[in-house]
Write a protein that binds this ligand. Structure first.
Ligand code: ATP
Length: 358
């Protein structure tokens, strides 16, 4: 038997303004109990709208939302058993940390002893114990975000909805809180939908990633599947940094002509004549000129990052992103040879949809 879905969007469509394109187009997504699904995509692709429709803050034009199997049609946000954590914290400035955390319970007329107990439990989990009597302005950004999470936790909601909760924080704190959120969500065993435009958050936090583009879902799959078998050329370039190389190729007679690179087509694969070939930067090998498939290119950009050096290489019209371990001595303007002869290749249709060719 398949596990029941805790949250389900069924062909949800939403248009904000007449004449404008739809913000969401037939979005269908099922989230299982205890699962953390990260919704990711470029600005304006419809991530927040999806979340707001689950929360009941926006209404869908058509399609259905179900939580715990029950239709949410006509159910007010406060009656949905979901808690939302935003990027803006939205803490009450004149209330202490404790008062902020207890507030949702007070609204629900939970008795004071129980309120206190739940706030203390949340404070323990989030290491906020010694800050309970402070006001929000006496806290750092990271601490405020923890209080906002505490306020969601005390309610023990069925579903957590995170809308870019870390985007106001500096890089080091983002990383720290990202790890904490992952641990917390798993410890509590709650179901969560987490919206971000940050692919690192998506890869590290998600049980499954949902990638959106222009109001439609491109792929929903575990992080590793997304990385190794991207469903479209858009997904292929959205996840992974530096991003996957996409080369325009012409296939004929078992060979693919990609300009500077002539590749052999994998045996048994049927390719259309026009095809897009995807190669991850880590699969581009920098080699001796004598090696199989060695092609001469010029280093256009070399960026030493410490653990690795990333390159942009050029030969004619072809531009190739590559990476090499540690501090690589090859400098801008120098010549290198690269081979794709043994690289795992991804193939996509050359049309707008860019579907993966299996
Ligand atoms: P970002 O990462 O920038 O927050 P997003 O993926 O969350 O983007 P949404 O906020 O869901 O995107 O917006 C999707 C589309 O709907 C955008 O084109 C946006 O301009 C439009 N939109 C969102 N809210 C409204 C609104 N209240 N009125 C009109 N258009 C809206």
């Amino acid at each position: 038997m398949t596990a029941p879905l805790e949250v389900e969007l069924d062909r949800v469509t939403k248009r904000f303004e007449e004449g404008e394109g739809a913000a969401l187009r037939e979005v269908s997504l099922g989230v299982k109990k205890g699962e953390l699904v990260v919704v990711v995509g470029p600005s304006g692709c419809g991530k927040s709208t999806t979340l707001r429709i689950v929360a009941g803050l926006e209404e869908a034009d058509s399609g259905a939302v179900r939580i715990g199997g029950a239709s949410m049609a006509g159910v007010a946000p406060q009656d949905r058993d979901v808690a939302m954590v935003f990027q803006g914290y939205a803490l009450y400035p004149t209330m202490t940390v404790r008062e902020n955390m207890e507030f949702p319970l007070k609204m629900r007329k939970v008795d004071p002893a129980e309120r206190r107990k739940r706030a203390d439990e949340a404070a323990d989990l989030l290491e906020l114990g010694r800050l309970m009597d402070r006001l929000p302005r006496q806290l750092s950004g990271g601490q405020r975000q923890r209080v906002a999470m505490g306020r969601a936790i005390v309610r023990r909601p069925r579903v957590f909805l995170f809308d870019e909760p870390l985007s106001n924080l500096d890089a080091a704190l983002r990383q720290e809180l990202r790890v904490e959120i992952g641990v917390l969500v798993r410890e509590l065993g709650v179901t969560a939908i987490y919206v971000t435009h940050d692919q690192v958050e998506a890869m590290t936090l998600a049980d499954r990633i949902c990638i959106m583009k222009k109001g439609a879902i491109q792929q929903v799959a575990p992080p590793r599947t997304i990385y190794e078998q991207p469903a479209t050329s858009f997904v292929a370039t959205f996840i992974g940094a530096p991003k996957m190389n996409l080369l325009e190729g012409r296939a004929s007679g078992g060979m693919i002509d990609c300009g500077a690179f002539k590749l052999s087509a994998p045996a048994g694969k049927r390719l259309p004549e026009r095809v897009v070939v995807g190669v991850r930067p880590e699969d581009v090998r920098l080699v001796d000129p004598s090696e199989e498939g060695a092609t001469k290119l010029e280093v256009a950009v070399a960026e030493p990052l410490g653990a690795e050096t990333t390159f942009v290489l050029r030969a004619g019209d072809v531009e190739l992103r590559a990476r090499a371990p540690g501090f690589d001595p090859r400098a801008k303007g120098s010549s290198v040879h690269a081979s794709l002869a043994r690289a795992p290749l991804h193939f996509f249709d050359a049309d707008e949809a860019g579907g993966r060719i299996a």
